[in-house]
Write a protein that binds this ligand. Structure first.
Ligand code: FES
Length: 160
């Protein structure tokens, strides 16, 4: 790493620390707020930077092991940047019976990346879920949390 990269890296870390300090200021500094703080950080950065997790450990007086364990437990939290937009296809029984596999195959084929991955520009991610609780609308997918039902492969592609 040359000195320019080193300086940029230091500036990035300082920026993360400054933003996390601001986020921590909006909640009581108590261990019971750990998950809420992690959700705030996830929303701000689209992932949980290591520096942020170490800061949370120190400020909330929670062991780093626990902070990393909680961060790794929840699917909504991520150690690497999530895509700006997220398309989630339901793979529950009702959706499976009504063609969710064909939706997934079409999306993977047309988008050029697999479930669990993101586009190279980081704009779109694909995930699956087991049931969205909207089985009557099967097959179902969400885009950034908004539910879309009775999907065909073509309709699913039109969502993005
Ligand atoms: S199985 Fe897909 S919404 Fe329930």
């Amino acid at each position: 790493m040359d000195s320019k990269e080193s300086m940029e890296s230091r500036e990035a870390k300082d920026s993360i620390k400054s933003q996390v300090e601001g986020l921590l200021g909006s909640r009581p500094r108590q261990a019971r707020h750990l998950l809420a703080v992690l959700q705030d950080i996830q929303a701000a950065f689209r992932y949980l930077p290591k520096e942020a997790l170490l800061m949370v450990s120190e400020k909330l007086e929670v062991s780093a092991a626990r902070v990393f364990a909680v961060a790794g437990f929840y699917k909504a939290l991520s150690f690497s940047p999530k895509a700006e937009r997220l398309l989630t296809v339901c793979q529950g029984t009702a959706c499976h019976l009504r063609g969710s596999e064909k939706l997934i195959q079409t999306l993977e084929s047309r988008l050029g990346f697999k479930i669990g991955q993101s586009s190279t520009d980081g704009r779109l991610g694909l995930e699956t879920v087991n049931c969205l609780g909207a089985c009557a609308l099967a097959p179902v997918a969400t885009v950034d949390g908004a539910v879309h039902g009775h999907l065909t492969p073509e309709k699913a592609l039109d969502l993005i």
